[in-house]
Design a protein around this ligand. Sequence first.
Ligand code: MG
Length: 135
Amino acid sequence: MLNSDESILLIEDDRVDIMTVQRALSKNSFDNPLFIARTGLEALHMLRGEKGHEKIDPPPGLILLDLNLPKMSGIEFLRELRADPQLSEQRIIVLTSSNEPKDRDAAFQYEVDDYFVKPHSFGEFSRAMATILSL
Ligand SMILES: [Mg+2]
């Protein structure tokens, strides 16, 4: 369960999905600070405060991670994150269009907290987001 002052880092390259997450958060009356990274690499820079990115401090209470991302896949991001002693305990929930067992297995191998396949309708997406934030 996320406290209202804890931030969320959304790692998502798709504009429409970013807007859908924002709408679903506000529909559920969540006004937690939301940071957005368009690639896994950008997310790492934001978490570490490197390469000209301001550090997210305190660290986000939750990372929402898409798997199909440019440059560095979500799974590669997870490998990097878990190998970093400063970030290895970070709470992460996967939110992806991939229902592939190999993606699911790889994500859980890196100890994600949960794995959600993006629903198609906004109503379902909004309910999924309410579930995610109550976990
Ligand atoms: Mg994507």
